[in-house]
Design a protein around this ligand. Structure first.
Ligand SMILES: Nc1ncnc2c1ncn2[C@@H]1O[C@H](COP(=O)(O)OP(=O)(O)OP(=O)(O)O)[C@@H](O)[C@H]1O
Ligand SMILES: [Mg+2]
Length: 614
């Protein structure tokens, strides 16, 4: 599709997109579409009506027929009233229609994006560029699509009726006006295409510019930016990207200036020629005064209609090209291949989850992250995964949630390949605390409650899991207890209007909130905790692990931790190294084997002892 913006559009595709826009218009508001169509017809006919009635008034006056002149004047005045009132009515209808289209397109776009079950698209810069173009096509660009379409209809009608008026007065001048229109149309369409191509080409630069601007303004980055003195460095990069964007815009603006000036000169020449011709017509007695007035009005009106037609086609075309990004993103299939058969049901876990010879890499050009992993997580058991940084532990968690599919081998849920199951069903069955968990700018209760949306208002359950995660006392002591916003960036809707009421938690407190959120899903079949205590102080870690151990009893769980003391009583400890399982067994068994786990454990234990002795 990005190539669609740079290569000429096959007319069929353009037609299909116009049809798509019409369907959207209709969906967004049937009566608004009809009302706009009707007002388009009326306003399209007005200029010709004015020109013709003016001619009648002048001719009647010139002939001394005052009654006829009076009658035509009343008609002219009535047309004037309609001309005065209609643009405002149309403006309102367009505004209302644009708002509804905006809502509908945003609804569809974010539904489509939300339906992508995998993560790979969100890690693909090209997709992110397209997504940005598509989001631009919703909000601001929706207006031009519809106003462009209706505007084109109105201009066509005005032009046809004015050309007919001109034709009745002078066929030759009509031909001149028409011939002058062709290059104008071609030039504007080519400009519109260039504009979209430029936008598409500049999107990566714009995204980088946005990224630098965010770093400079965001509170998350503020500390490092200041301590490292990165402000000027980031601003420099931002300005470089901005200069790149602007030089593209400048090139286009120069072209626009040249083209538009040439077209304006052409229009003025045609009008001047027409005037000379009309004056000569009166001088030789071929035209009446009324004819001249109608001619001048029709010529000016036709020129104006032509300009707005050309504008309408150009901006409508540009908006359509932008719209094609929206159309593509909203019609993309899910990024995880679906099995052609009906999705296999995933019943409650009875036997266990099995990884069979799982190979995985994030991209074909990347190294293997998992290299033939065979692992069984028996139902009801606690499996601990340990290993050095980068050994593939978090990747394995992401595969278990099916954010990606293994390149080779498979993951089986009670024997069912999870590739054949509905990812949404799989995810309903698991609770995961990710290593890079989210901190939501919501209230404390919501930060925990979103772990299970059905229980968002179940305060007693929220408090229970908060106690389990050791964060209840902290939250209860906040200015508004569980209703305190955990953000200083927003005043939350419905919350106290006092922005100072928002609170920022400490790193370890956030981790406990995230743990509580995960525990909201403790009724699920599999609980995965990726480094749940990395940010906790030693006492809290000990307490939480003690509580979690009791809580996990009899539940299937996968626990990842660098602190081996916290995993020693897992049913199975698995050591991952370079994407391979190098050891597995119980704590005592692994210690006795004297391998990698034993060495790591001894090192950590020695570290603690050294501290104690020291
Ligand atoms: N989204 C990604 N795209 C590309 N490569 C990735 C991505 N996520 C992780 N990797 C790579 O995969 C490898 C394994 O990463 P992973 O996060 O699974 O390690 P880990 O065992 O969880 O490490 P840690 O102990 O530091 O949490 C790393 O080399 C990392 O660079
Ligand atoms: Mg990790």
């Amino acid at each position: 599709m990005p190539e669609g913006a740079s290569t000429p559009d096959p007319p069929r595709r353009l037609l299909r997109e116009v049809a798509g826009v019409w369907r959207l218009c209709w969906r967004a508001g049937a009566w608004l579409t009809v009302a706009q169509l009707a007002s388009t017809v009326v306003t399209g006919l007005l200029p010709a009506a004015v020109a013709w009635q003016t001619k009648l008034v002048i001719d009647a006056l010139a002939a001394g027929d005052h009654t006829a002149a009076f009658g035509s004047s009343v008609g002219l005045a009535a047309t004037g009233l309609v001309t005065a009132a209609f643009p405002h009515l149309i403006g309102y209808l367009q505004g209302e229609h644009r708002r509804r289209m905006d809502r509908l397109t945003q609804d569809r776009l974010y539904t489509a994006v939300g339906s992508f079950q995998g993560l790979s698209r969100f890690e693909n810069p090209r997709f992110l560029d397209r997504l940005r173009m598509a989001t631009q096509a919703t909000g601001a660009a929706v207006g031009p699509v519809t106003t462009g379409l209706f505007g084109v209809g109105r201009s066509v009608l005005t032009l046809l009726t004015l050309l007919l008026t001109l034709y009745l007065l002078t066929p030759v001048m009509t031909a001149v006006v028409l011939v002058a229109a062709v290059p104008a149309l071609a030039a504007q369409i080519s400009l519109a295409k260039r504009r979209v191509t430029m936008l598409a080409g500049l999107t990566p630069t714009m995204r980088r510019q946005f990224f630098y601007a965010q770093l400079i303004t965001e509170v998350q980055a503020a500390k490092e930016v200041r301590i490292l003195g990165l402000g000027d460095f980031l601003k420099g990069r931002l300005l470089t990207e901005l200069a790149g964007v602007q030089s593209g815009e400048r090139r286009l603006d120069r072209r626009v200036m040249r083209t538009q000036s040439a077209l304006a000169l052409l229009g003025a020449a045609v009008t001047g020629l027409g005037l000379l011709w009309a004056v000569r017509g009166v001088a030789v007695g071929e035209l009446s005064l009324g004819d001249v007035s109608a001619f001048v009005a029709a010529l000016a009106g036709a020129q104006a209609a032509l300009v707005s037609l050309v504008d309408g086609i150009a901006s409508g075309h540009e908006a359509l090209l932008m719209f094609s990004y929206y159309a593509e993103v909203t019609s993309l299939p899910d990024d995880l291949p679906r099995s052609r058969l009906a999705p296999a049901a995933l019943p409650a876990l009875r036997r266990g989850i099995e990884l069979r010879d799982v190979w995985f890499r994030y991209d074909e050009s990347h190294p293997w992250v998992l290299r033939g992993v065979d692992l069984t997580i028996l139902s009801g058991a606690t499996v601990a995964l340990v290993g050095l940084n980068g050994s593939g532990k978090s990747t394995l968690v992401k595969l278990l949630c099916r954010f990606y599919d293994p390149d080779r081998g498979g993951i089986y849920w009670d024997g069912v390949d999870i590739r054949h199951a509905d990812p949404a069903q799989l995810r309903r069955r698991v609770g995961v605390l990710f290593q890079d968990f989210m901190s939501y700018d919501l209230t404390a209760a919501e930060n925990v409650g979103v772990g299970d949306l059905d229980a968002l208002d179940d305060r007693s359950r929220i408090e229970r899991v908060a106690r389990l995660a050791g964060v209840h006392d902290t939250v209860a002591a906040l200015p508004h207890g569980y209703d305190t916003p955990l953000t200083r960036a927003f005043v939350l809707a419905g919350s106290d209007d006092d922005p100072a009421a928002g609170v920022v938690l400490s790193g370890g407190q956030w981790q406990r909130v995230a743990l509580a959120r995960t525990l909201m899903r403790d009724g699920r079949d599999l609980l995965v905790l990726d480094e749940p205590s990395a940010g906790l102080d030693a006492r809290a870690e000990h307490e939480i692990h003690h509580r979690l151990r009791e809580h996990r009893a009899g539940r299937t769980s996968l626990l990842i931790s660098h602190r081996l003391g916290t995993v020693r009583d897992a049913d199975l400890i698995v050591v991952l190294d370079g994407g391979r399982i190098v050891e597995q067994g119980g704590h005592d068994q692994l210690l006795a084997a004297g391998g990698r786990y034993a060495r790591l454990f001894a090192m950590q234990a020695a570290g603690y002892q050294a501290v104690e002795v020291g």
